[in-house]
Design a binder for this molecule. Structure first.
Ligand code: GLY
Length: 362
């Protein structure tokens, strides 16, 4: 088992990664001196596979848990669903020292974290991510939120978990498309911080795609190390944390243009990653071969390279109105090379349009 520290000015915490880490979870809970009543939030897919098992684990740690199951899917990340969970928590008698456990993917983690941040002004929160995307990204860093009908993640907080428990065994039941989705974010970590890691991904695609234990351990561990390092420098996303947004500027626009239906998040980010590589090339920051390497990596991991159903003007409009765009200034994360990115806000619209046209099908 590996322990990675997320070092913050206050509320630092550990990410535990391994196969079958049950005993560590029990020890950790016992040491935390939580109130007896607790709540597990999970979804209809993960709940039927793992909720009973996790509840039994909490029982071994001498906690009693209610299980609240939300319908799987982004629609559940709403104030309406949050209201139901608050009711459940109150009825179950959760107090200020009761824990909330998020057992699931990104939607469960964001929603349960939002509840934990606000219920009785904040209660202990634990992330148990079961998808690769949640293990390498959303469970780490404390961004919790629900969606508003006018936009995703518009109502939220920074609220760090007490611990993140990543049991790699959960990945065994993850559908292939979900694995690929998470790999979109994993490739991103190589591009933004670590060329050796990018090379590893390039060389070990067969191992990763066949769910090889060692390969999965390595990619989750390295991704979490990079995320922990970046979050540790800029918890509240005022500077360097922006580099985690690599590929997301065009990626978000692709998701929006296709009504969040055709592509899932990691797929849209993968296409956006290629777009950001083209843009870096257009601005003279990287050579043809580097763009080629990025495109090949995306292809190797069965991720799409072009978006269907998008237009240049539509995407341009979305980019200029994204919630990360402030006063009309877009903060582009661009490549100086593999493992080396910078944030630039001086990118001409014409260059952006040219590169969007390279990643959409006509
Ligand atoms: N997923 C981007 C961040 O946590 O900042």
């Amino acid at each position: 088992m590996e322990k990675i520290r997320v070092s913050l000015p206050i509320n630092s915490y550990d990410i535990l990664i391994g196969h079958h880490i049950e005993q560590h979870i029990i020890d950790s809970i016992k040491a935390a001196k939580l109130s007896h009543e607790s709540l597990i939030v999970t979804d209809s897919n993960v709940g039927k596979l793992y909720a009973d098992k996790f509840k039994a684990l909490l029982k071994e740690a001498e906690l009693s848990a209610e299980v609240h199951i939300i319908p799987a899917g982004e629609e559940s990340k709403s104030l309406k669903e949050a209201e139901k969970i608050y009711t459940r928590a109150i009825e179950a008698g959760l107090d200020r020292h009761s824990a909330i456990f998020a057992l699931g993917g990104g939607v469960v983690g964001d929603l349960a974290g939002f509840i934990a941040a606000t219920y009785m002004r904040g209660v202990p929160f634990y992330q148990i991510p079961t998808s690769l995307l949640a293990q390498v990204d959303s469970s780490v860093g404390g961004k919790v939120a629900v969606d508003h009908h006018l936009g995703k993640n518009l109502i939220g907080a920074f609220y760090q978990p007490k611990e993140v428990w990543i049991d790699l065994s959960y990945l065994k039941t993850l559908p292939k498309r979900e694995l690929y989705t998470g790999l979109g974010e994993v490739i991103k970590y190589g591009i933004i911080e670590d060329k050796d890691f990018f090379d590893y991904l390039d060389d070990h695609a067969d191992d990763v795609l066949s769910y090889n234990d060692e390969a999965l351990f390595h990619i989750v561990k390295r991704s979490c190390e990079i995320k922990a390092d970046v979050v540790g420098q800029d918890e509240h996303d005022n500077g360097i944390r922006g580099i985690l947004n690599f590929g997301h500027t065009m990626g978000h626009a692709i998701e929006k243009e296709t009504n969040f239906a055709r592509y899932n998040h990691g797929e849209a980010v993968a296409i956006g990653t290629i777009g950001a590589a083209h843009l870096s090339h257009e601005l003279g920051m990287i050579d043809d071969y580097t763009v080629h390497r990025v495109v090949k990596a995306i292809e190797k991991y069965h991720l799409p390279q072009r978006a269907e159903g998008c237009t240049v003007d539509g995407m341009m409009h979305d980019i200029l109105h994204d919630k990360k765009t402030v006063n009309g200034i877009v903060h582009w994360v661009l490549m100086n090379g593999i493992g080396n990115v910078i944030i630039r806000d001086d990118v001409p619209d014409d260059a952006v349009k040219k590169c969007i046209s390279k990643i959409i099908t006509k």
